[in-house]
Design a protein around this ligand. Structure first.
Ligand code: SF4
Length: 97
């Protein structure tokens, strides 16, 4: 019997997300993020939701968030001005099989 290996992106794609379009559960202050030199969220977020725009401004989309809390921990400059779990019935549903 062989066991099929699954990559991290494949594994993440199994999850189901119900995005709360009316109330983001994470918000960032782009001005603070723009002044941050290290920008650890770019490397720490397992879902790669933090990206840099061509202008150098931080871009973030809470859709696809795994609710792990890593970005809140690694952000030392308080660029994340809001971090709460999504409202009931919203957010990630893990489907690891
Ligand atoms: S809580 Fe986790 S998955 Fe969600 S944005 Fe922060 S680091 Fe990424």
């Amino acid at each position: 019997m062989s066991i099929k290996k699954i990559t991290a992106p494949e594994l993440l794609s199994l999850n189901k997300f119900i995005v709360d379009e009316d109330e983001p559960h994470i918000e960032i202050d782009k001005e603070i993020c723009g002044k941050c030199v290290e920008k650890p969220c770019l490397y720490a977020c397992p879902a790669a939701l933090y990206t840099l725009e061509k202008s150098g401004a931080m871009s973030f989309d809470y859709a696809g968030c795994l609710e792990c809390g890593t970005c809140r921990v690694v952000c030392k400059n308080k660029g994340i001005v809001k971090w709460v779990y999504p409202r009931g019935t919203f957010g990630v549903a893990f489907r690891f099989g």
